[in-house]
Design a protein around this ligand. Structure first.
Ligand code: FES
Ligand SMILES: [Fe+2]
Length: 394
């Protein structure tokens, strides 16, 4: 298939799944538009399109560098449905390889571990931390060992995936042809230039299983409209009248507010960013680098929220909490740190029930994507449009 007929083919697949009307809604003005149709939340074919056309071709957050701090540390991850391993190699660099043996295709690693090499659990092919094949015992006959001083070449070494790091965050791009990572992050960095992001230190993570489509997590994340109904403590911190809808700048969503005073878990007892302006010391901001790298910045933290689709109605969500400076992750601040973790745990659990309801509501043939608030939900609508544009883009 040539490139033009491939494009047409994708557009036709999108329209077949969403319907002409559902497709057109994504491009309608917010006053008339509805959200994405139910199929975008339930269809396995739609999820396959998202994996193949969005997650594989974008930068995706794959974990924190602090999760693999020492040479030989490795961790299995799954991105766009593909099993991968992130590895700290002997030189201290972060690498990513596909988590599949080049012999019969066994998955190599199940759990995070520290090893000097990777041995396949099936016939014990052995690979170095650089992914290159090192040895194949008995492959050429009993008691013979094939050894490879310089790896086995492109048919035998583990397949590498493009991986880069930024301030302790590891990003992977499976297609290998996404823009430079710094260009992808640029709109976020423009909005956070008052914050010394080189000072962020990983303090740990929270894991959630969400019985809803991954998009619902972000659609909910963007809008402050539901805060008065779901989040009493957050509402006290930042009432409805300091909130606005936020806006997209290219593929990056941005929203913020100025809060009246600090709160436990939000800036009140941990170190703040060095040299933070008075304005930013009273600001809460959150941002989403499409498709899934969301961050929330308070004066004392940089929290990363990422969702990984497992199935149309199941999402794995991780919150990686970065605090400011080495002292923040040492013993002296243990209690304040725990307050940040429980703030996030409570807040996120307040959302989980509603996310499930949104997923279940999308089983109803009486739901057509709904009516959106032009005041609050323009960016939510635009998220759907960006998704379709990315899927049909060349
Ligand atoms: S499948 Fe890995 S060595 Fe055989
Ligand atoms: Fe919420």
């Amino acid at each position: 298939m040539d490139a033009r007929s491939e494009d047409l083919h994708v557009v036709n697949r999108v329209k077949a799944l969403l319907g002409e009307e559902g497709y057109a809604q994504a491009f309608a003005p917010i006053e008339e538009a509805s959200g994405l149709p139910n199929a975008a939340y339930w269809s396995p074919e739609w999820l396959a399109l998202e994996r193949e056309r969005v997650f594989q071709r974008s930068w995706v957050f794959a974990g924190a560098e602090a999760e693999i701090p020492e040479p030989g540390d490795m961790k299995p991850v799954e991105i766009a449905g593909a099993p991968l391993i992130i590895i700290r190699d002997q030189e201290g660099a972060v690498r990513c390889v596909h988590n599949v043996c080049r012999h019969r295709g066994a998955r190599l690693l199940r759990e995070p571990c520290n090893r000097s090499s990777i041995t396949c659990p099936y016939h014990a092919w052995n690979y170095g931390l650089d992914g290159r094949l090192r040895a194949r015992p008995h492959f050429s006959g009993p008691d013979k060992i094939d050894r490879f001083e310089n790896g086995g070449g492109e048919k035998l070494d583990l397949v590498a995936a493009r991986a880069e790091t930024w301030n302790g965050c590891i990003f992977v791009n499976l297609s290998g042809d996404a823009e430079a990572l710094e260009d992808w992050l640029a709109p976020l960095l423009r909005r956070t230039k008052g914050y010394d992001l080189s000072s962020i230190r990983w303090a740990g993570k929270l894991d959630f299983e969400v019985r809803a489509n991954w998009k619902l997590v972000y659609e909910n994340y963007m809008e402050g409209y539901h805060v008065f109904a779901l989040h009493p403590k957050l509402l006290k911190f930042a009432p409805m009248n300091v909130r606005w809808s936020g806006e997209w700048d290219a593929h990056v969503f941005y929203n913020d507010y100025v809060f009246p005073e600090l709160q436990e878990g939000r800036g009140d007892s941990l170190p703040h960013y060095p040299g933070l302006s008075e304005d930013d010391a009273r600001r809460g901001l959150w941002s989403l680098c499409f498709p899934h790298f969301a961050v929330e910045v308070f004066p004392d933290q940089f929290t990363v929220l990422v969702s990984y689709p497992v199935a149309p109605d199941l999402t794995r969500e991780e919150l990686h909490i970065f605090l400011i400076g080495e002292a923040a992750i040492c013993d002296e601040h243990r209690n304040a740190r725990e307050a940040v973790f429980s703030m996030w745990d409570d807040l996120n659990r307040e959302d989980l029930g509603v996310l499930e309801l949104l997923q279940q509501g999308r089983l109803s043939p009486a739901y057509d994507g709904g009516r959106l608030s032009p005041h609050w939900e323009g960016p939510t609508h635009q998220f759907g449009r960006l998704l379709i544009e990315k899927i049909i883009s060349t």
